[in-house]
Design a protein around this ligand. Structure first.
Ligand code: CP
Length: 318
């Protein structure tokens, strides 16, 4: 991970395979050192981010991303600043470019959750410190690290395993398909017509799949077709933040895409369920979400170990 120092963390396809492997391994190491089962005394645990500060720009709400970053920075000895939509001048009275230039003079890392992905690329262009994409309309790479960590914990090597996505072709799917392909997983996607994943991300996933020994990137509009023969079933909200006005229309158009016990029966024996949270009952039934097949809470916990790994690697303080 030495080559990752100073780099931005924008989307999973921008990572080399070695960087992705290194970030997952460092995340597991941090869980061993700072986690509940650790034998290391918290007062003497290493503090590689001592003296470092992280500004966290949030244009949208967050539970996991905010709390995991703030807590994880603290565990590593640094300090994180929460900058909500009404806390700073950004978007009202100041541009992303100027914000990037100013925060770079105060902070060691800038993490941002935005609406338009262009805001992340603008921030990365003008920041002189590493930027972390904490969700944009195109990508959610921190979530993918947490998801892959949960899957490796459960299955070990993921090569040849099949991941099925059921629902909206959104930002969470984009990085998960890119990351899954990098680790040699087969990818199967079911979305309603009109809610497909980005065509460019699909093309990149197919390329990564071929490079990493699997060519099975399959898409359909039929949920059961995607899930049949899969080892992992993943879904997300049908109505992301900012799409609230489309609620009625979306719930109608996603009818038949709920992950429930009947759909899970199409998956392989031993298949697991993932959801990045927050969760709504329309996209996944209680009997799947709270079942033994569900990895959703370890997945949520991994958000902290993985963002800690990204920050430490960006600052070369492993
Ligand atoms: N999964 C996720 O990003 O959760 P939050 O929106 O709560 O940060």
């Amino acid at each position: 991970l030495s080559g990752f120092e100073g780099k931005h963390f924008i989307s999973i396809d921008r990572l080399s395979n070695e960087e992705l492997r290194g970030l997952l391994d460092l995340s597991k190491k941090y869980r061993d050192v700072y986690g509940r089962g650790s034998s290391v005394d918290p007062s003497t645990a290493p503090k590689p981010l001592m003296g470092k500060t992280v500004s966290m720009i949030f244009q949208k709400r967050s539970t996991r991303t905010r709390v995991s970053t703030e807590t994880g920075t603290n565990l590593l000895g640094g300090h994180a600043l929460f900058l909500g939509p009404s806390d700073i001048q950004l978007g009202v009275n100041e541009s992303m470019r100027d914000t990037a230039s100013v925060l770079s003079r105060f902070n060691s890392i800038i993490l941002a959750r935005v609406f338009a992905h262009n805001d992340i690329t603008e921030l990365a262009k003008y920041a002189t410190v590493p930027v972390i994409n904490a969700l944009s309309d195109m990508h959610h790479p921190l979530q993918t690290l947490a998801d892959l960590m949960a899957l490796e914990d459960h299955f070990g090597d993921l090569r040849g395993k099949t991941l099925a996505w059921v629902g909206d072709g959104n930002n969470v799917l984009h990085d998960l398909m890119l990351g899954g392909a990098k680790l040699g997983m087969n990818i199967r996607i079911a979305t309603p017509k009109g809610y497909e994943e980005n065509a460019g991300v699909l093309a990149t996933t197919k390329k990564l799949a071929a490079e990493n020994g699997t060519s099975d990137v399959f898409r359909t509009t039929v949920a059961s077709e995607a899930v049949k023969g899969s080892d992992v079933v993943v879904t997300d909200t049908w109505v992301s933040m900012g799409q609230e006005a489309e609620y009625e229309k979306r719930v109608k158009e996603f009818s038949g895409y709920q992950v429930n016990a009947s759909l899970m029966k199409q998956a392989n024996p031993g298949a697991v369920f993932l959801h990045c949270l927050p969760r709504h009952p329309e996209e996944v039934s209680d009997d799947v979400f709270y079942s033994d097949q569900s990895l959703v809470f370890p997945e949520a916990e991994n958000r902290m170990w993985t963002v800690m790994a990204v920050m430490a690697a960006q600052l070369g303080k492993l």
